[in-house]
Design a protein around this ligand. Structure first.
Ligand SMILES: *Cc1c(COP(=O)(O)O)cnc(C)c1O
Length: 392
């Protein structure tokens, strides 16, 4: 199909909820994307943050192909061999890094669902209803997660949302300290705010947040849907600060391209009772084998270390461009935000015209989230292109 045919149908029928670029992507491999007209792009967005091991990684693809012929989806109410193997692999990944004795895991099908489960868990185990979230935070678009998302543009058309949610300024411990109380069920935070503009919190902030949560008996829920799976140069961004969350949520790259959300928490938090939470497709064997393959590939190809190295190098290179259009370069590992002096949209368009696919984060921030497998030569090309577009 050519672009015009594709666009005509989609533009006719789509919900209108998402703005689209005038491009139809039809194929991806590694860190490359192709559109319907045969144009090639370097993927500096990991699609939308979900392709940390790259597109169609052979290990992930082979695992999916094998499982396709065996069992695609399985009843939630029965056990399953592949779900068991995946849970063990994930628990072995989580426990030592987050300093957890052990964990419980609820699989679902998207990031927003992972946060829904975390919010329900917080209400269920604490018997409290107040939630504290952050200014500029993003946690998804279903009603519960949306209530904790900060951007008014996303929230206002759908009010009233769930009550008793307070947004406090990010990386400001005094404001959090003033807001938290013995009525707080949970504090929900990102270690690096993604959609909100690639903003980082500091170690002291997170350590004091942990103490405040302990003092008041509130759960600390860390949303690592974007920062997880090696993105920031640690398996989980919490590790940068030696932070032990009570609950962590994962999505995007954890499914290797298949829809998957994960809510995992320390066993000491407690557990749902039968009937209080579930998901028809959550933990389906197909997504589980893909996710276990992702965990294997992360270790085999040392992608966590690679993200740390390439991220540091890339940030230096971008800073060295010394562009008059750049206000600040910030980030952690391969999660990089370039704060521009002007609007990001025209810059994104110029990059795409030159074969580089990147993301915005708010109005003025250009966000780079390449697959962790990306070749350094590809990134050199990206830097060169950025230099041309952001030049004098
Ligand atoms: C993308 C994202 C979500 C929502 O994930 P979906 O799979 O789109 O529902 C939630 N939190 C963060 C930090 C995200 O980046």
């Amino acid at each position: 199909m050519n672009y015009t045919d594709i666009e005509q149908i989609e533009a006719t029928y789509n919900s209108g909820g998402v703005g689209r670029r005038p491009i139809a992507l039809v194929k991806a491999q590694g860190a490359r994307l192709w559109d319907s007209e045969g144009n090639e792009y370097i993927d500096c967005a990991a699609a939308q943050g979900w392709a940390n091991v790259g597109h169609s990684h052979p290990t992930v693809t082979a695992a999916i192909q094998r499982q396709l012929e065996t069992l695609v989806a399985s009843q939630e109410s029965s056990y399953n061999d592949q779900r068991a193997l995946w849970m063990q692999a994930l628990a072995d990944t989580l426990n030592p890094r987050l300093n957890w004795a052990d964990c419980y895991i609820h699989p679902s099908n998207s990031g927003t669902e992972a946060n829904e489960a975390a919010l329900k868990l917080a209400r269920f185990v604490t018997r409290r209803t107040e939630i504290i979230a952050m200014v500029r935070g993003f946690h998804g678009r279903t009603m519960g997660a949306l209530s904790t998302t900060w951007n008014k543009k996303y929230r206002i058309p759908f009010e009233p949302l769930i009550p008793e949610i307070t947004h406090v300024p990010y990386n400001n411990i005094d404001k959090l300290s003033a807001a938290i109380s013995d009525k707080t069920a949970a504090v929900l935070v990102e270690i690096v705010q993604g959609e909100g503009g690639v903003h980082l919190g500091d170690e002291e902030y997170f350590q004091k947040m942990r103490q405040l949560c302990d003092q008041h008996g509130a759960l600390l829920i860390v949303d690592e849907i974007q920062t997880g799976v090696g993105r920031t140069g640690k398996w989980f961004a919490s590790e940068h600060h030696g932070l032990t969350p009570d609950v962590i949520t994962l999505g995007k790259s954890i499914g290797g391209g298949l829809p998957m959300g994960v809510t995992a928490w320390q066993t000491k938090v407690g557990r749902f009772k039968p009937g209080t939470h579930g998901s028809t497709f959550g933990g389906n064997p197909l997504a589980c084998v893909a996710s276990r393959a992702v965990i294997e590939v992360m270790a085999e190809e040392q992608l966590v270390e690679r993200a740390a190295y390439l991220g540091g190098w890339l940030m230096d290179e971008i800073s060295a461009l010394d562009s008059p259009k750049i206000r600040e370069v910030r980030g952690l590992g391969l999660m990089i935000g370039i704060q521009l002096k002007n609007k990001v949209t025209p810059i994104l368009q110029q990059l795409i015209a030159q074969g580089v696919w990147a993301l915005p984060a708010g109005l003025n921030v250009l966000r780079l989230l390449p697959p962790l497998t990306i070749e350094q030569d590809d990134l050199k090309h990206v830097v060169k292109t950025l230099g041309e577009v952001l030049g004098k």
